[in-house]
Structures are given as C-alpha cells and as structure tokens.
Write a protein that binds this ligand. Structure first.
Ligand code: PMV
Length: 335
C-alpha cells in the first residue's frame, strides 16, 4: 500500500468473455476467461459527510441513466427494472465498504459516477468491472493504492456477498489483471496470449445463471456421460492452454467450436446462441461459442476480418454485435 494526497480518483476496468471452460469450472475444472476492450469507468470524489451518492450511465448498449441518492434515502429515477438498480447499488455499496475498510476510514462519504460500455447482465462481467474500478478509485480517493492481488481479492469478496456465495474468482481476477487468465477454484494465474480478435454477438437477453448451473448439476448426477462431458471440457481447456501458449489461432478456434458443442450437449445453449454461432462460422470465423452461463446473452467468435461482425448484424438472432479484442490491461488508473 502507498499513501497519497487525493480526494478524487478515476479508475476503469475491463469486462470479459470465456475463451473456454464455463460451467465445468463450477466442478473444479480449469477455465480461461479473457479481458475484453469494453470497460467500466468509475469516478469517485470524497464528500464532507458520510453519505453515498451514485449515478450510473450507459450501463447497456442502448444506454440509460440511473441516478439515486445515498444507500437509504431517495427514489431512484430510472427507466430500467428495480432489480437492476438494486443489483447495481449492491455492488457499488459493497465496493465502497471494501475501500473504507482498506483505508481504515469507515465513515467516508463519496459521490460515485459509473460509466460503462459493457452490456449489463449479458455475461460480459459488467458487475466485476464496476466493482474493481469502484474499489480502486475509492481507495485512491482516500489516499490508498491497493496492489492488484488485494484489489482482486476484495472485489471477489464483494461479488461473493452480493451473489450470496454464488461467485467464482474468474470475473474479478480477470478484470483486475487483464489479458487471458487461468482460474481453477481459488487458484488464479495470468497467462501470456497472442492478440485475440474477439467479436461478440449479443441477443439482447440473458440466461438465468442459477437455473442453468442447477440444470447442469442435475444432468451430471443423472447421466455418467454428462459427467464425462464436464470432464471433457476440462481436458479441452488444458489443451486450449497449450494452444494459447503456441499462439495457434486456428486451433484455438477449433477448440472453441468443440467447447460450444459440449456446452450445447449440457443443455445450456439456446436457439439464438446457436444461430449466432452458426452465423459467425458461416461468415468465416475461426471459431465461435457461447460465453458465460448461456441460455441467452452472448457468443464470442474469433475473426481478424469484419465479416463476422457484419454477418451477426444481419442475423435476426443478434441484437448487437461488436468487436472487443483481448485487452491486456486490467485495472487502469486515471489521474
Ligand atoms: O454468465 P457469467 O459470465 O456470470 O458466467 C457464468 C459462468 C458459470 O461457469 C456458468 C458459473 C460460474 O459461477 O462459474
């Protein structure tokens, strides 16, 4: 920790996709999340009093504004669902608590402004990015610069609390460190990776992560071949890690295709995800798969050209597609 004089600070942190391994990671297999060039930026200013005021903007691709005062008073003025506001507030509150704790200033008050270009609730790690950037900026505004290990751990504690114990370290570690990372239970490592030309397709919806995880668990206990499928994903991830080290993009794409097939076998794909995956493949993507919990939300493809993004934009299943290359930077500090 390093102390400095400041009462205002801005930090930003990236979202993520899963290159390989979602769902199987729940059963102790390794997974490889990758940070993407879509960020949440949080500006924090200390207040004279101990209140917390949060305003959030552009939290979806279409953009909307959420503004509310404090943690207790005030009706939020919003055009999004209450659950979304409560969730966003829970993450920011938790992050502020961590910063207060880190700086040993339990009553510090803040004005917090969140701006994000990561679609909310789409499996792209928007909450983790907001939490990482908020803890980092708020701690710095109190004169404390956290090292990245501590930041990642504190961010994980926030997700763990807000998500009632249903959080892995994947999103928060990846967002803090950037690049490709390997996560296996509590063991998190950064990896070296070639530049990955990610293209993301978003169907505008979201799956129910809890229900999808339970569905896989039930399938796994009922059928040995479903349990084998989970293990096969683990094997594929190990192979993917070697391929990443070799920098072989073609082979990475083939493994992504295979990973999608195994996830579909576990029942977590959907019509829109499958159709976006096929639109990407037909456009010439090196590989394509769903990313995150599935059931709806996003796919990730690899394509150096614009063909996949264009094809996805014309696909009826896709609401929005965009390029978001692998981002080797994790949390960034702006002065
Ligand atoms: O949809 P996301 O990005 O929250 O990812 C969920 C990943 C799962 O493996 C399905 C669940 C988990 O907690 O790891």
């Amino acid at each position: 920790m390093r102390h400095q004089q400041s009462d205002m600070a801005t930090s930003n942190a990236p979202g993520k996709v899963y290159l390989f391994g979602e769902h199987a990671v729940v059963y102790g297999e390794p997974a490889v999340p990758c940070a993407i060039e879509r960020r949440a930026t949080v500006t924090v200013e200390t207040r004279e009093d101990s209140r917390l005021r949060v305003s959030a903007q552009d939290l979806s691709l279409d953009g909307f504004t959420v503004e509310y005062d404090g943690t207790t008073a005030g009706q939020p003025e919003v055009d999004v669902t209450e659950e979304l506001v409560e969730a966003a507030m829970g993450y920011v509150d938790g992050a502020i608590e961590q910063a207060r704790d880190a700086a040993d200033e339990p009553t510090a008050g803040f004005d917090v402004t969140v701006e994000s270009s990561i679609p909310l609730g789409a499996g792209l790690g928007s909450s983790a990015a907001v939490v990482v950037a908020t803890i980092d900026a708020a701690a710095r505004a109190l004169g404390v610069t956290l090292d990245r290990e501590e930041l990642a751990d504190r961010a994980y504690q926030v997700e763990y609390e807000v998500q009632a114990g249903q959080a892995s370290r994947a999103d928060t570690f990846c967002s803090t460190m950037g690049g490709a990372v390997r996560v296996e239970d509590d063991d998190c490592q950064t990896l070296s990776s070639p530049d990955l030309p990610f293209v993301i397709g978003y169907d505008g919806g979201a799956g129910d992560t809890g229900a999808l995880v339970s569905g896989v668990r039930a399938l796994k206990s009922e059928y040995d071949f479903a349990a084998d499928t989970v293990e096969s994903i683990g094997d594929l991830v190990e192979q993917g890690l070697e391929t990443l080290e070799d920098g072989d993009i073609e082979e990475l794409g083939r493994l992504m295709d295979f990973n999608h097939g195994l996830l579909a076998a576990l029942g977590v794909s959907s019509r829109s995800l499958d159709s976006m995956v096929w639109a990407a493949r037909e456009a010439g993507a090196t590989g394509a798969k769903l990313t995150g919990a599935g059931g709806g939300g996003c796919i990730v493809a690899l394509d150096e050209t614009d063909a996949t993004e264009t094809a996805l934009n014309y696909s009826p299943a896709c609401e929005e597609s965009f390029r978001a290359r692998l981002d080797t930077d994790g949390v960034r500090r702006e002065e």
